[in-house]
Write a protein that binds this ligand. Structure first.
Ligand SMILES: Nc1ncnc2c1ncn2[C@@H]1O[C@H](COP(=O)(O)OP(=O)(O)OP(=O)(O)O)[C@@H](O)[C@H]1O
Ligand SMILES: [Mg+2]
Length: 246
């Protein structure tokens, strides 16, 4: 359903992504794993149109999304939950959710029910400022807001970053249920064991190249060992929990 071929991303002279092929089908989770700086976020951002691709093609069903604007790509049903969550801290949870909604206002309540059934915690905090939520609650809000756009494909960039194991369980269980509902999911994770265990297909990225692709978790872990460095940056983890837009 989502088909990427020969994707390239450059930042000036840095070739962050150097010809990546991958596919994500409806009702499947494809995990994209690799060490820091491997190019994982660049792949997601290029698919969503948030960074320009320097080469390659992005097809979503019958639609050629190569070089299209983020708005056009979102309108076709691809929703990105970027690294760092990016909730609007000075707005309430409800206001954040409303920003994700694109339909007629009369339909909002039903859609709100739908997404809060995935993350029931949000119901208790609808009137709270998003900045006051914990990192895990903000992550649930960020995913819920993406779901309000009624995507067919969800791009998740490190949803468990900085979260404790219990909240990580909540997020991973929700991602599993979203797959059951027929969503295609491209999941970037530093929590590689969890991601690989959940995924239907695994791509290991190294220095902007896919060095392994398959559905066998043990093989993927073997390919990762040696190239994967566990994230230790607490500064980045802290910074990721709240990001306000003024
Ligand atoms: N805006 C930018 N300007 C210049 N270089 C960038 C930019 N964004 C990323 N890079 C570089 O591109 C490469 C890939 O970065 P990217 O963020 O895609 O990797 P990643 O796999 O998501 O890493 P991480 O695990 O740290 O999130 C890295 O060398 C990074 O330093
Ligand atoms: Mg990244």
């Amino acid at each position: 359903m989502l088909e990427i071929s020969d994707l390239e991303v450059r930042y000036g002279s840095i070739r962050a992504v150097r010809g990546v092929d991958l596919r994500v089908r409806a009702g499947e989770i494809t995990a994209l794993v690799g060490s820091n700086g491997a190019g994982k976020s660049s792949v997601l951002n290029a698919i969503a149109g948030a960074v320009p691709s320097a080469g390659g093609r992005v097809w979503f069903g019958e639609d050629n999304l190569t070089g299209k604007t983020p708005e056009h790509i979102a309108g076709k049903g691809i929703s990105l939950v970027p690294e760092g969550r990016r909730v609007f801290g000075t707005l309430t949870v409800l206001e954040n959710l409303r920003m994700g909604f694109r339909g007629r206002s009369g339909l909002f309540a039903a859609e709100l029910d739908r997404v809060t059934s995935t993350f029931p915690m949000l119901n208790e905090y609808l009137k709270a400022l998003a900045a006051l939520l914990s990192g895990g609650q903000q992550q649930q809000l960020a995913i819920a807001r993406a779901l309000l756009t009624k995507p067919r494909m969800l791009l998740l960039d490190e949803p468990s970053l900085g979260l404790d194991p219990l909240v990580t369980d909540v997020i991973f269980e929700a991602v599993g249920r979203l797959r059951e509902s027929g969503l295609g999911i491209l999941l970037v994770e530093q929590n590689v064991h969890r991601a690989i265990a959940l995924a239907d297909r695994i791509h290991v990225l190294k220095d902007g190249l896919v060095v392994h692709e398959g559905s066998d978790a043990a093989q993927a872990l073997t390919m990762l060992s040696g190239s994967f460095q566990k994230r230790t940056s607490t500064a980045r983890t802290t910074a990721a929990t709240t990001e306000e837009v003024s």
